[in-house]
Design a binder for this molecule. Structure first.
Ligand SMILES: [Fe+2]
Ligand SMILES: [Fe+2]
Length: 172
């Protein structure tokens, strides 16, 4: 589902005189609401997967996912606060959560979502700074630290390398 979260016309950037892409505050509100919908998705995914993952091999990661659920809730609160500060209304809609009978699938869905989340927050930090919203950029940097922990624990549980998501996301 990560691949369906492409830019909409409302999130397209314009280019300022110095060549840096800048947004309006309205566009930032829209993007933060997309971030919030991903945080809700993460909460739901971690709540469900942490309880249904079965088997000795997944006991440790199931406990880890339960911890992630609480951290994603904190992120949702922080992002909602930023949206309200900008004069927007926080969304009440979560991105859809995939389900599977297979533990590996569930962990891979989580990892894909974390990758997409990290890619977006890295972009968001730059966008906040371009708008002079330095405190907001700091909040998002703090969130990023936890998302990277999530990414590492999922990749480790799956026996994968931690994916490189530093490349800028392609814009439609
Ligand atoms: Fe999060
Ligand atoms: Fe996360």
């Amino acid at each position: 589902m990560a691949s369906t979260q492409t830019a909409t016309p409302t999130t397209r950037t314009r280019t300022s005189g110095d060549g840096a892409a800048t947004l309006t505050r309205e566009q930032l509100i829209t993007l933060l609401n997309e971030d919030l919908a991903r945080e809700y998705q993460a909460i739901i995914g971690y709540v469900v997967y942490s309880q249904v993952l079965k088997g000795a091999a997944f006991m440790n990661i199931a406990a880890e996912l339960e911890k992630h659920a609480g951290e994603e809730l904190q992120h949702a609160l922080i992002i909602s606060k930023q949206i309200d500060y900008l004069g927007g209304m926080p969304t009440t809609t979560a991105n859809p959560v995939k389900t599977s009978e297979r533990a590996e699938d569930m962990l891979r869905f989580d990892l894909d979502n974390e990758n997409e989340t990290i890619r977006n927050y890295r972009e968001r930090v730059r966008q906040c700074e371009a708008l002079g919203e330095y405190a907001m950029a700091e909040h998002i940097r703090d969130i990023l630290v936890t998302e990277q922990d999530h990414q590492i624990s999922l990749a480790t549980a799956l026996g994968k390398e931690v994916p490189d998501v530093t490349a800028p996301r392609e814009r439609a």
